[in-house]
Write a protein that binds this ligand. Structure first.
Ligand SMILES: Nc1ncnc2c1ncn2[C@@H]1O[C@H](COP(=O)(O)OP(=O)(O)OP(=O)(O)O)[C@@H](O)[C@H]1O
Length: 253
């Protein structure tokens, strides 16, 4: 089907009783096969955005088309079958073992030859020793790897990842990033990644959306952003934006 992986138009969320919207008129089109980063400080609106992209949270205004389907109506089920996500805020059923969890999700996504797919993912994500342990008894890093296996169970064409390496040690985090790069290269999937890890974003993302108070305040490739702010790494760009220093720098030049 034609069209971008994600088409987002004027997406807005105002939580009941809140004085300001959490997400405020977001618009962007993420192409198929691209990896984009969603960056912003605490409370910038990243998780709220991802929840609306998945259709879990109803927007106050605006619309989302995922893989060509309108996420506001019945059509969204066609898109959801070809998408997946991982989030530290969504726990897997704790009493089920890892393999039981993966079987449940394989069933929900009607994955063909599910046992083979689970074995493949267990091998790739090194879950062999964890498969028969209850999901609730895993360490944070182990849970993250299981959550990634769940996110990949249906070989999604569109993958939404909320802080995918947040609780991983540096070595495992690096390994997961390499693994995501390979998955993207092999599958042609589009990946939207919310992260606080600037190195991760620089390595994986071709385009970055900088969010502040629910709005896109800047965007571009990591290289374009570095050059625009005259910085050597994205962390400094992030701090410039967080502290509104771009205008001050430009005025000084
Ligand atoms: N369920 C909710 N009800 C009311 N307000 C909420 C709710 N969830 C989030 N918010 C508010 O919406 C804003 C955006 O929150 P969100 O969790 O989307 O930010 P975030 O960028 O993911 O932050 P973080 O990096 O801390 O995870 C914040 O001001 C937050 O307090």
């Amino acid at each position: 089907m034609d069209g971008p992986a994600l088409l987002v138009e004027h997406l807005t969320k105002r939580y009941e009783g809140a004085t300001a919207p959490a997400v405020d008129g977001l618009s962007f089109a993420m192409p198929r096969g691209a990896t984009w980063g969603l960056l912003g400080g605490n409370g910038a609106g990243k998780t709220t955005t991802i929840a609306m992209l998945l259709g879990i949270l109803v927007p106050s205004a605006g619309r989302v088309r995922a893989l060509g389907h309108d996420m506001a109506g019945e059509e969204r089920f066609a898109a959801l079958a070809r998408m997946n996500f991982s989030s530290p805020y969504v726990a897997l059923p704790q009493r089920l073992s890892v393999i039981e969890n993966l079987r449940v999700y394989a069933h929900l996504y009607t994955v063909p030859r599910a046992e083979r797919r689970i074995a493949e993912l267990a091998d790739q994500l090194q879950l062999g020793d964890l498969l028969h342990r209850p999901a609730g008894a895993l360490s944070a890093g182990q849970k993250t790897r299981v959550a990634l296996a769940k996110a990949l169970i249906n070989r999604p064409e569109l993958l939404l990842l909320d802080e995918p390496t947040a609780s991983l040690d540096p070595d495992t985090g690096d390994w997961v990033r390499g693994w995501l790069e390979r998955y993207r290269a092999e599958s042609g999937a589009a990946i939207l990644l919310a992260s606080h890890n600037m190195g991760e974003v620089e390595r994986l993302c071709g385009h970055v959306l900088m969010l502040k108070q629910g709005r896109i305040v800047d965007q571009g490739s990591p290289a374009a952003l570095l050059s625009r702010y005259g910085r050597d790494d994205l962390e400094e760009v992030f701090l410039d934006i967080a502290r509104d220093r771009r205008r001050a720098r430009a005025a000084a030049e």
